[in-house]
Design a protein around this ligand. Structure first.
Ligand code: ZN
Ligand code: ZN
Length: 480
């Protein structure tokens, strides 16, 4: 009886809202009521042609252990690590080692202060994080095997080009031009891309660096609500996608719990902090088919991108970063969050994404770090190429996920802060993976947990999920 009343009320509230909107539209006229920025300007991503990966030839390397033992033999005493003054301003991060001999950070001088130049005490090599790759490997054109030349240095990447006139890539492009294009090419050669290009990324990011989870210090006893009340609030706000204001109203009107919408948002933040490490480090059983997509959300009055990556078979959300930009760095982060959840990287790993070149650039970034996977791009709305035809069903799966999210998120009318958006997306992910039955899984929840499933109501399941996350955090703290 109870849930029926609620369903009725929800329907009624929605109906009322529609009625008010309709009346207002009639009274004031359409333009005033419509939010002018309801839809983001659909900026097409810059058309960028991404070529195949270059041939990466690893240079011969020295071994610092051999060098150290040679030193000992020659001098009769070991080479000491770099002595650092106690309050030296510049420290060498532990993660950095010498690109030439592999010496650990203890043997590295911070050469010119904070500029990121280092010198290795063992092999005397100078290097920086930006040029370290060129000390480890040379890049060759995949079409003609000539060494690529660096032609541009940008903030996050360097651009390499094959300048060989006999390169088959260049010859093919040159011969493929119409006479009209050739004329234009003479006047404006910059307008054409005829040569093989490779962008090497220097994003300060170490892939697959499984960090131990940041364990939050959230004290839910500060929440002046019973676990059941908290469960109810989460059910309305996340499962049913009611805004914080409506959630507060229904708590007052139906349950007699006096609560402000700000309190709802505070609870949302606390619970998200508590659930995030559990959601992110849960040992998910995964398939090898993954898809990703971006959707728009509004944060502080500006459009942001939410990147969802998702196991297409198991229906589990694996990464959900929010970023003001639709850029390669975020694509890399999103894919990395999927990769760290795998017990091992499967051989035929494939990501199905849209036509945005950032995913190809991300693929190159991981290949540079020895992590290989395939990227299938489903382009446009119609199947104009065989790849799009084959992988569109996977793409549609994630588009459906995006619609589900939007359905829940719509009522929130955007987020007041980036933090708030992350909180809501975290709770949505927890709900989606652990609580929400999925039609494609025969009505099962993606992560089947009998402890959750045997509970009769959603508020009870939220309460249980919170306590599972708390238990997990305590276990982590014990083993740390
Ligand atoms: Zn060295
Ligand atoms: Zn070439």
């Amino acid at each position: 009886m109870y849930p029926q009343i609620i369903t009725y009320l929800l329907t009624f509230i929605n109906y009322q809202e529609q009625l008010i909107r309709t009346l207002l539209t009639l009274l004031i006229g359409k333009s005033m009521f419509e939010k002018p920025t309801e839809q983001p300007v659909n900026k097409p991503y810059r058309k960028l042609q991404v070529d195949d990966l270059p041939v990466i030839e690893v240079l011969e390397q020295l071994d610092y252990r051999v060098l150290l033992s040679e030193y000992l033999e020659k001098n009769g005493k070991p080479l000491k690590p770099v002595q650092r003054r106690k309050n030296a301003k510049v420290s060498v991060p532990k993660s950095i080692n010498c690109p030439k001999c592999g010496a650990p950070s203890d043997y590295l001088y911070a050469n010119n202060g904070d500029k990121g130049q280092y010198q290795c005490k063992v092999c005397t090599e100078f290097f920086s994080e930006k040029n370290r790759f060129s000390k480890e490997a040379i890049l060759k054109c995949p079409h003609c095997s000539k060494t690529l030349e660096k032609i541009k240095e940008r903030k996050d990447f360097h651009v390499f080009k094959c300048k060989n006139n006999d390169c088959s890539y260049y010859q093919k492009k040159l011969n493929g031009m119409s006479s009209k294009e050739k004329k234009r090419f003479k006047k404006d050669p910059q307008a054409f891309k005829l040569r093989y290009i490779f962008r090497q990324f220097y994003i300060d990011f170490q892939p697959l660096s499984k960090e131990s989870p940041a364990l939050p210090a959230v004290d839910l006893s500060k929440i002046y609500a019973s676990p059941h009340t908290l469960g109810l609030i989460l059910t309305y706000h996340v499962n049913y996608g009611l805004s914080a204001r409506k959630t507060a109203a229904i708590m007052q009107d139906v349950h007699g719990v006096m609560i402000s919408h700000q309190t709802v948002l505070n609870y949302e933040n606390s619970v998200a902090l508590l659930l995030k490490p559990y959601v992110d480090h849960y040992p998910y059983e995964l398939s090898d088919q993954f898809c990703g997509d971006e959707t728009y959300i509004r944060v502080n009055g500006r459009w942001h991108y939410l990147f969802f990556f998702f196991d297409a078979v198991k229906k589990i959300i694996l990464s959900y970063p929010v970023s003001p930009n639709r850029d390669t760095a975020t694509a890399i982060r999103a894919i990395d969050e999927v990769l760290v959840k795998m017990k091992e990287i499967p051989e035929n790993l494939t990501f199905v994404v849209d036509g945005n070149p950032i995913y190809l650039l991300a693929q190159h970034f991981f290949a540079q770090h020895g992590i290989a996977f395939d990227v299938k791009q489903v382009i446009g709305l119609t199947n104009e190429d065989p790849v799009s035809t084959e992988y569109r069903p996977l793409k549609q799966i994630i588009e459906r996920l995006n619609r589900t999210f939007k359905g829940n998120y719509r009522s929130t009318h955007g987020f007041g802060s980036e933090h708030g958006s992350v909180s809501y997306v975290t709770l949505f992910t927890a709900y989606f993976n652990f609580l929400r039955p999925h039609a494609a899984l025969e009505g099962k929840v993606p992560v089947v947990n009998p402890e959750l499933n045997r509970l009769p109501t959603m508020p009870a399941r939220w309460t249980k999920l919170i306590s599972l996350a708390q238990q997990w955090i305590m276990e982590q703290q014990r083993t740390a």
